[in-house]
Ligand binder design. Structure first.
Ligand code: FAD
Length: 391
């Protein structure tokens, strides 16, 4: 069976679904999204889905702010639910990172983000269980929170469907079709879909797909565990989201008196993983390691206990920033991948930018930043901290 479309989106994670929604909303013609499993069955469904705006560059900070506004007004803007829970976000730093922190907070305030510098005393006041003796300053972002990544994705997809897009689950793209030097559609076991535009939003599988048409992307999939700990009653009220550059972890509250803990050690990118066969559980060593890190900052958690965890896959680029671009050598081919462990929070803005790129055929200035050829050209995006994983 052969079908036709104006745009095929490959991948039903938060980005693919957001792109389909924005394309359908912008009346980009017949939009078909093909997902090999179920919507959000890849890294999106395993995401801790933290929505903070703490970035070291204006482009990404602004995208995070624009996306936050969408999450906050989800019902009106998209429909359904994204499950946004406002918690606030706090990051504390030691002496060596103070200048970078001050620079980042000034940059973020410059783009309109509600964030302020706080001293060690205020850090303790904001988060009473925090051990702050080794910290000199912090940044406090009161509007931050987290979402339900599965609901976010399914509501984007439902809203896209309501605007005429076709959302197909359980249909894997086996190849991108090229004819006369440009994109002509995709192949699947259930037949081909002819289309002049293909957007590859296939997360850690993206590299393999575009390899097949001779495009090399520097994306390495790596395994990233998340551990859940039950907070003891003496913890008191649920904590904010906290990012710790000293012990290299992030933590966010979860229902059931839990907190979820993951690593922000850039060295974790060395844990290469095949997204089809990786170990999706967590072992005792990881639970002990993450429990130790989080208890150094929140000592009361020594009296908490493990509730297990899971692991997901990041699609990491050399500068920990995504590729959001069209591939000039193969007209019609677009790539949104390499979201490097922080791409959930940006997904509303990414969808809007990609829909404009497809419809208008020219790169928004923001997209110059995320060009696929920046690695070859040596124009990597650099953060102000050593911890580029935070952006
Ligand atoms: C453990 C973990 C914690 C995270 N925490 C955060 C966080 O707190 N905040 C944040 O902003 N980000 C976070 N992230 C990152 C964020 O979740 C990802 O950047 C984002 O979900 C990527 O979405 P995506 O749509 O680009 O790709 P994916 O979620 O990878 O979706 C790609 C989809 O494409 C499908 N697919 C692949 N190949 C094919 C094919 N050939 N044919 C059809 N379909 C195909 C897959 O099945 C998959 O559903 C985290 C990620 C992980 C793993």
């Amino acid at each position: 069976m052969s079908e036709t479309a104006d745009v095929v989106v490959i991948g039903g994670g938060c980005n693919g679904a957001s792109i389909a929604f924005h394309l359908a909303e912008g009346k980009a013609g017949r939009v078909v999204l093909l997902e090999k499993g179920a919507l959000a069955s890849g890294p999106t469904g395993r995401s801790t889905a933290i929505v903070r705006q703490h970035y070291s560059n204006q482009v990404t900070a602004r995208m995070a702010l624009d996306s936050l506004r969408v999450f906050q007004q989800w019902e009106d803007r998209v429909g359904g639910t994204c499950g946004f829970v406002r918690t606030g976000f706090l990051v504390g730093v030691r002496g060596g990172d103070r200048t970078a922190l001050e620079g980042n907070v000034a940059l973020q305030r410059g783009v309109g983000i509600d964030v302020r510098l706080v001293g060690a005393d205020e850090l303790r006041r904001l988060e009473p269980q925090l051990f702050a003796e080794d910290l000199v300053a912090g940044a406090y972002e009161p509007e931050a929170g987290y979402c339900d990544p599965v609901s976010t994705t399914t509501s984007f997809a439902e809203a896209a469907r309501g605007r005429g897009a076709r959302i197909v689950q359980g249909r894997e793209v086996t190849a991108i079709r090229i004819e006369r030097g440009r994109v002509a559609g995709v192949e699947t076991a259930a037949g081909s879909v002819a289309a002049p535009v293909v957007v590859v939003a296939a997360g850690p599988w993206a590299r393999r797909l575009v390899d097949g048409v001779g495009v090399a992307l520097p994306i390495e999939p790596s395994r990233h565990p998340v551990c859940a700990f039950r907070r003891p009653p003496e913890f008191g009220r649920a904590p904010m989201i906290y990012a710790d550059f000293v012990n290299q972890f992030y933590m966010r509250p979860e229902t059931g008196d839990l907190c979820l803990v993951g690593s922000i050690d850039p060295g974790d990118a060395a844990h290469l993983a095949d997204p089809d066969t990786y170990n999706a559980g967590v072992d005792l060593d990881t639970i002990t390691d993450f429990g130790g890190r989080v208890s150094r900052r929140f000592p009361v958690l020594e009296r908490g206990f493990s509730r297990g965890g899971w692991a997901g896959v990041y699609d990491v680029t050399p500068d920990w920033h995504p590729i959001i671009d069209r591939i000039d050598e193969l007209p019609g081919l677009h790539v949104v991948a390499g979201t490097s462990g922080h791409g959930f929070k940006l997904s509303p803005a990414v969808g809007a930018l990609v829909a404009r790129l497809v419809s208008e055929g020219r790169r928004d200035p923001a997209l110059e930043f995320f060009r696929a050829d920046r690695f070859r050209a040596g124009r990597l995006i650099r953060g102000k901290y050593d911890y580029s994983i935070v952006g």
